[in-house]
Design a protein. Structure first.
Length: 148
């Protein structure tokens, strides 16, 4: 099976820190569905009693909520907790950029806002010093770098 080089970084300018690599496989790695989200239009439509339907006069893309699951690792419960606090703080910034580079062929960067999140606590995972956090990240519909 071919390997894929995947780099995922979140900017931390609002925290006065360097970007956080959330796919380093030492402290974090991305898992599950990766940045899934549906683009949808906010349509302004008008109608008339003389027409069978409505006509869109203008439309804009809505923000996209993209799901991103990150596995948080640690050599002890304390380091796992520190890594988790660092990760959540990055996603709680008012605004940030999420950058994805895959094999240098795909380069995406999204403008994002503070994310909702859910922590997956389970006993067996804690024994392995690992916890899963799923973020729901509100992003601009079009990336500032790359395609869709």
């Amino acid at each position: 099976m071919p390997e894929l080089s995947l780099q995922v970084e979140i900017s931390r300018d609002n925290l006065g820190l360097l970007p956080l690599d959330i796919n380093d496989h030492t402290n974090y790695y991305v898992a599950g569905d990766f940045l899934t989200g549906q683009l949808s239009w906010n349509r302004n439509q008008v109608g008339s009693p003389f027409l069978d339907d409505q006509i869109t006069v203008y439309r804009t893309l809505n923000r996209v909520t993209r799901a991103l699951t990150v596995e948080v690792l640690g050599t002890s419960i304390a380091t796992m907790n520190t890594n988790m606090i660092t990760l959540v703080a990055a996603f709680m910034q008012d605004t940030f950029h999420l950058a994805v580079v895959a094999d240098t062929d795909l380069n995406l960067e999204y403008n994002c806002e503070a994310a909702d999140y859910q922590v997956g606590w389970t006993g067996p995972r804690l024994i392995q010093r690992q916890v899963s956090i799923t973020f729901n990240v509100p992003c601009a519909p079009i990336p500032v770098v790359g395609g869709y």
